[in-house]
Design a protein around this ligand. Structure first.
Ligand SMILES: Cc1ncc(COP(=O)(O)O)c(C=O)c1O
Length: 420
């Protein structure tokens, strides 16, 4: 344990997470990482063994997948095998999988004005749910004035009636709804949304990044026109992703032009090792999906019953279908930033609100959209589990919470210091 831990807490208060990061980097490094409990799988999953092996093998290949010689063909083979694996996992045609530099780029590529079906009109407006990831809320290539937002219910589900009213009388719109929310884990009514969107003459984009590998789905059953995936959430490498198109979608404008790779949708020499790792991770994730989902839901329920022993504890979206691995909770008076630090110093990695914004002390936009005020929206802690999470990990987390909660809920960081 670090000797100068009060400095950690002091710096974290003075300088926000940046200050904490600098000092705590030292402490965290002084831990054996093997002693730590990782409960931040929605931020990123560890690299799967299968992905590491595929990537190591790919890195030894010298060819460019666009070259016609044997070396090039060997690299091409890895890219195409991964494409087949990913297409198969979501029920799409391999030719409709476009590899990108990650989920953020895939979302930005999807949000293109002018997309259309052969029989339909090009989309002119973008409609997003209020709980989308920042990479969707940014709106892609739609101008701000062409973007509308649809709210969610108190349980964190897209408000379908609001969607219907929003689309009514509007020129054809591209609607973006995530399959499962990264903070609450709430599984969105995407099939019903597709019906509303298509009957209004629009198109549906589904950010399925958090759902992929955690719950089964496929692009035709969802009735989606596009689906976004990211490798690092399923145990593949970071900075590799894919946009998957339904058959017959037209008008996708590339973000990057040049060599014509990815059927002209995304120029640039393919990230062969990343893509090979993505394909291997997806194959492993699909293989384990059902088993993992059942086991993780059991662990998550055990975790939640422990957390609920704290008086007034709230588990968000508990009354709707959620991803089996995700818990977002708070207790009135809890400060999420301090709780995350307390867990971290107890050897447990969790996050406050969405990981991509956890560097900022801001209320969760998801909880705000669900109608929670800043006090609760700033106090939510997310615990997310994955394939290597064990019973012992959950017990350790609950033990740490029992120690931390009394102190944290008194609102005194000084007394937190004395606990460790
Ligand atoms: C729902 C959702 N969409 C998009 C992203 C961005 O994906 P990437 O990290 O691959 O850019 C994330 C990452 O946290 C996410 O959870």
């Amino acid at each position: 344990m670090i000797a100068n831990w009060d400095k950690v807490a002091r710096d974290s208060r003075v300088a926000g997470r940046g200050g904490y990061s600098k000092v705590a980097a030292f402490k965290v490094l002084s831990y054996s990482m093997a002693d730590r409990v990782y409960l931040d799988w929605n931020a990123t999953a560890p690299l799967r063994r299968e992905a590491r092996e595929a990537m190591t093998a790919a890195m030894d290949l010298s060819g460019n997948p666009s070259s016609v010689h044997a070396e090039g063909r060997q690299a091409r083979r890895l890219v195409e095998d991964a494409r087949v694996a990913i297409a198969g996992a979501v029920g799409a045609l391999p030719r409709n999988v476009i590899f990108t530099s990650g989920g953020t780029e895939a979302n930005a590529l999807a949000l293109t004005p002018g997309l259309r079906r052969a029989s339909g009109l090009p989309v002119q407006r973008l409609v997003v749910s209020a709980i989308e990831h920042a990479s969707v809320l940014a709106g892609g290539r739609f101008p701000t004035e062409a973007i509308s937002t649809v709210g969610v219910t108190r349980s964190g589900l897209l408000d379908l009636e609001r969607l219907r009213v929003t689309l009514d009388g509007m020129p054809p719109a591209l609607v973006s709804v995530m399959l499962a929310n990264n903070e609450t884990g709430a599984v969105q009514p995407v099939v019903a949304a597709a019906e509303v969107v298509h009957s209004a003459g629009g198109l549906l984009h589904v950010d399925a990044i958090q759902a992929f590998g955690k719950i089964p789905f496929n692009i035709s059953a969802l009735n989606a026109d596009m689906v976004t995936l990211s490798a690092h959430k399923v145990g593949g490498p970071k900075a590799t992703g894919a946009l998957v198109l339904a058959e017959g979608l037209l008008g996708l404008e590339p973000l990057l032009r040049g060599g014509g790779q990815e059927r002209g949708h995304r120029a640039g020499t393919e990230n062969v090792a990343g893509i090979a790792g993505f394909g291997a991770a997806v194959a492993a994730a699909m293989d384990a999906l059902q088993r993992d989902a059942i086991r993780l839901e059991g662990l998550r329920n055990h975790l939640e019953s422990g957390l609920r022993q704290t008086p007034d504890a709230i588990v968000f979206s508990e009354d709707v279908t959620r991803l089996p691995n995700t818990t977002l909770f708070t207790v009135p008076g809890l400060r999420a930033e301090t709780a995350v630090i307390g867990f971290d110093l107890a050897g447990i990695a969790v996050s406050s609100g969405s990981a991509c914004s956890s560097g900022k002390v801001q209320p969760s936009h998801v909880l705000e959209a669900m109608g929670f005020g800043p006090e609760l929206a700033q106090g939510a802690v997310r615990l997310s589990l994955g394939w290597s999470t064990s019973d012992a990990d959950i017990d350790r987390c609950l033990e740490a919470w029992r120690k931390l909660s009394g102190t944290l809920l008194k609102g005194s960081d000084e007394t937190l210091v004395e606990r460790f």
